[in-house]
Design a protein around this ligand. Structure first.
Ligand code: ASP
Length: 298
């Protein structure tokens, strides 16, 4: 008998308060990225390809704080973090504080493919990028007008730009993959690295489940949030309960603001946040098009 396609994608566009005039951009961006990831998942049957494609779509959309349109640091520069992790073999690759790379998720994937280091930062990451044929753009080409204006209005202090992106995919073979990409917090220290490229903090994937986190990177790192949530799912908890328990634990332990998405090997999902909003999209074979929402905290 013909088996229905088991794959699934869930992605988010950050845990933040989204002003009402920007809601449509967030929802449209999440929908388009999920549709792109789904197209790739159907064609390549690879969760890795699907996560990379969906994250590239989000990086290329200036609505989100990743790739072009990333938040600016204190010096008015774009420095980005990104990571990708594949569940079955715990393979992972990440780049941190990288400048001038249009799609940091693809560079993170190359780090994973090379298999020597897990996390490359700064100059070494740029050298790796050049060696692997990734173009390095003039730094001004990464700065969107919206982010520049926000940077001016925030007077270079740490702002509220928590619209990092993350994506999880499950393919027909049962492989789970997690990917993240961000410009980090606006007005951050030059050289500051958040949770997004840190395996176990901003993301995690194993044979059982995959997790992405977003929000206050320092809070997420201190509780190693993604690994914590994965541990709960491994212990038999449903992804939704694990997501809620993880955010509660983070809020009680370190008083941060964050959100997370979770996907397990059965295609069950979890979404939780203590920020005002979390934009997300989900797609699987039962849907005619991705389901998108700007989830509001209760
Ligand atoms: N977690 C990211 C960071 O702290 C920010 C975000 O999620 O938007 O760098």
């Amino acid at each position: 008998m013909h088996q229905p396609f088991q794959g699934k994608i869930i992605l988010h566009g950050g845990a933040r308060s989204v002003p009402s005039e920007m809601k449509t951009s967030y929802l449209d961006g999440c929908r388009a990225a999920a549709a792109r990831g789904w197209e790739v998942l159907l064609n390549s049957e690879s969760a890795l390809d699907a996560v990379e494609a969906a994250v590239i779509a989000l990086e290329n959309d200036p609505t989100f704080n990743a790739g072009y349109g990333s938040a600016l640091n204190r010096e008015g520069m774009v420095e980005m973090d990104s990571a990708i992790m594949r569940g079955p073999d715990l393979a992972a690759g990440a780049v941190a504080a990288i400048r001038g790379v249009a799609n940091p998720i693809s560079l993170a994937r190359k780090v994973m493919a090379e298999g020597e280091a897990v996390l490359l930062a700064s100059e070494g990451a740029l050298q790796f990028a050049v060696k692997h044929g990734t173009p390095i753009l003039p730094l001004s080409e990464m700065v969107s007008a919206a982010q520049y204006n926000q940077w001016l209005s925030e007077n270079k202090s740490t702002g509220e730009c928590k619209d990092t992106v993350g994506c999880l995919a499950l393919d027909q073979q049962g492989t789970l993959v997690a990917g993240t990409s961000t410009g980090g917090l606006s007005g951050k220290h030059s050289g500051r690295i958040g949770d997004s490229p840190l395996i176990g903090s901003g993301l995690y994937a194993n044979k059982i489940c995959a997790v992405c986190a977003t929000g206050d990177g320092e809070a997420i790192m201190k509780v190693v949030l993604s690994r914590e949530i994965a541990r709960l799912v491994e212990g038999g908890m449903h992804p939704q309960s694990a997501a809620e328990a993880g955010i509660k634990y983070m809020a009680e332990s370190v008083h941060g603001e964050a959100g997370c998405i979770v996907l397990d090997k059965h295609g069950e999902i979890g979404i939780a946040h203590n920020s005002e909003h979390l934009s997300f999209a989900v797609v699987d074979a039962t849907m005619r098009e991705p389901m998108v929402a700007l989830h509001q905290s209760l």
